[in-house]
Design a binder for this molecule. Structure first.
Ligand SMILES: [Zn+2]
Ligand SMILES: [Zn+2]
Length: 200
């Protein structure tokens, strides 16, 4: 992946979150933006999406928020009509998920390659780390078990750092906690489940 290191570093500086999640989310936004245009203007695309059963739960939510009511109504009119015609559910093969899968995998592999270098690891140590899903993918892309251990320790260290803020908030109301303490909540949730924790 050309220029991956620069993109990866820029993403880590720009957003204090898993850079792979952030990059996939950018691509997801582009895919959904094209789709909402196509759904509005192209009957064939609409019909193909209907035959795929629409989108998965997550991408249906994203699409619904991103597209206006006219576009949503066009897609849903076709989907509802086809459902009534068939008299049964259409199995879902979400084209957004399919469009992102290969990209996400290539990002995990490029990240593993980047972290094989000492310089890559020191850049990574300054950042917010990976979500656990992507940690698993990157870890299994490493050939060297020493790197797997290093990644695990680097990640666990960040989790340790969030504990004091979480513990402090257990005994305070939301308004008595600081902004920096509160930021530990979305950060930890996203670390456990990845980008879909935040969504649009
Ligand atoms: Zn992630
Ligand atoms: Zn999907």
């Amino acid at each position: 992946m050309t220029g991956f290191e620069d993109v990866f570093k820029a993403k880590m500086n720009e957003e204090a979150r898993c850079p792979i999640c952030a990059l996939v989310e950018d691509r997801e936004f582009t895919v959904l933006s094209h789709l909402q245009y196509e759904v509005t203007h192209d009957r064939d695309v609409r019909s193909a999406i209907v035959n795929e059963g629409g989108f998965c739960v997550y991408h249906f939510r994203q699409f619904r928020k991103l597209a206006n009511s006219e576009t949503n109504a066009r897609l849903l009119t076709d989907l509802v009509s086809e459902y009534l015609r068939r008299g049964e559910r259409i199995p879902i093969h979400c084209r957004v998920c399919i469009a992102l899968d290969a990209y996400e995998q290539s990002l995990c592999e490029a990240t593993a390659h980047f972290l094989e270098s000492e310089a890559g690891r020191s850049v990574f140590d300054e950042g917010a780390g990976l979500c656990l899903n992507h940690q698993g993918n990157v870890s299994s892309a490493f050939g060297d078990p020493t790197l797997r251990r290093w990644l695990n320790e680097s990640q666990n260290h960040r989790m340790q750092q969030d504990l004091p803020a979480l513990e402090a908030m257990m005994n305070h109301s939301y308004f008595d906690s600081t902004r920096s303490q509160r930021s530990a909540i979305p950060r930890c949730v996203e670390r456990f489940v990845g980008r879909k924790a935040l969504g649009l």
